[in-house]
Design a protein around this ligand. Structure first.
Ligand code: AMP
Ligand code: MN
Ligand code: MN
Ligand code: MN
Length: 286
């Protein structure tokens, strides 16, 4: 179960543990030959990842994973083949950085109030990144002994309904998609089954996403079961979206999200890389 194409990976520019160059080398070692760097709300890692991919003879896709709001829930939208310097996207990314900063300070305050080392976590996070995520908090809370694992940190402190769950003012889905399209990119709905929606609401999300100019949704995600792949395939087939594949790799210590550890896209699904807008030589289109 290995794919030479992986269109969803994270580096230290957001909440991954490998720096962009090391990430590209690791993906190469795992057999990946076409990859997209899709850090949360930033393209800071794209330049060095692209340089490393060129050295290794890989196809590199500049990407991003934008946080967005749909019906009060946080949705993730991948932008593939974007121009990171596009003005609208840059402004959007700045706005998201401000929102993440505001949220991180509030998370730290609430963690302190709950008896967990929030301020200390945030101090250490600042030594690692300028873009704080909940993943950073979860890692620090487990390192500082306030939780036994990152999963427990989410369950006890950071997840929905927990003491340090802070509402975020993410841009509306329509805005996030427009920033990607303005930057010449392809918009892909990330991990559509991960949102807690009814099947009907999920279809409405996919339809609205397509109406806004979205091209695809992820059908094969890291660690997905055959039943989940079938469900996501049926969603894209019903809504006329293409399909994408991505491990959502963050950390080599998490085995089910290894780069390229992905099942094949079901044959009925149109691959997003078959689209003319996708910057890979047609001969390499699988
Ligand atoms: P944020 O964008 O700051 O809200 O952080 C979201 C990130 O947290 C996701 O992209 C995942 O990488 C990570 N995450 C969410 N839930 C969990 C969980 N239960 N265990 C580990 N990581 C998680
Ligand atoms: Mn993440
Ligand atoms: Mn995501
Ligand atoms: Mn991701």
């Amino acid at each position: 179960m290995s794919s030479p194409i992986d269109l969803h990976l994270h580096s230290t520019a957001s909440d991954g543990t490998l720096d962009p160059r090391a990430l590209v080398r690791h993906a190469h070692d795992c057999g990946v030959r076409t990859l997209a760097l899709t850090d949360h709300d930033t393209t800071a890692g794209v330049e060095s990842a692209a340089a490393e991919a060129t050295l290794l003879g890989m196809n590199f896709i500049a990407g991003i994973e934008l946080s967005a709001d749909w019906r009060g829930r946080c949705i993730h939208v991948l932008g593939l083949a974007i121009d990171p310097a596009a003005a609208g996207l840059e402004r959007g990314v700045q706005r998201l950085a401000g929102e993440r900063e505001r949220r991180a300070v509030e998370i730290a305050r609430r963690l302190d109030a709950a008896g967990a080392p929030g301020t200390e976590s945030l101090r250490r996070i600042r030594e690692q990144t300028s873009l704080p995520t909940r993943t950073h908090f979860a890692r620090l809370l487990s390192e500082l002994g306030a939780a036994r694992s990152m999963a427990e940190a989410f369950d006890r402190y950071l997840g929905q309904g927990c003491p340090a769950a802070v509402r975020s003012d993410w841009p509306a889905l329509a805005e996030a998609v427009s920033w990607i399209l303005d930057a010449g990119g392809i918009a892909v709905l990330a991990h559509p089954l991960r949102y807690k929606f009814s099947a009907g609401a999920r279809r409405e999300l996919a339809r609205e996403f397509k109406t806004l100019g979205g091209a695809a949704a992820e059908v094969v995600c890291g660690g997905a079961s055959p039943a989940q792949i079938e469900q996501a395939a049926s969603l894209v087939l019903r809504t006329g979206l293409a399909g994408s594949v991505g491990s959502d790799f963050h950390d080599p210590r998490i085995p089910w999200n290894r780069p390229g550890r992905l099942a094949k896209l079901p044959v009925a699904v149109q691959p997003v890389w078959a689209s003319a807008a996708f910057p890979v030589a047609p001969a390499e289109r699988a």
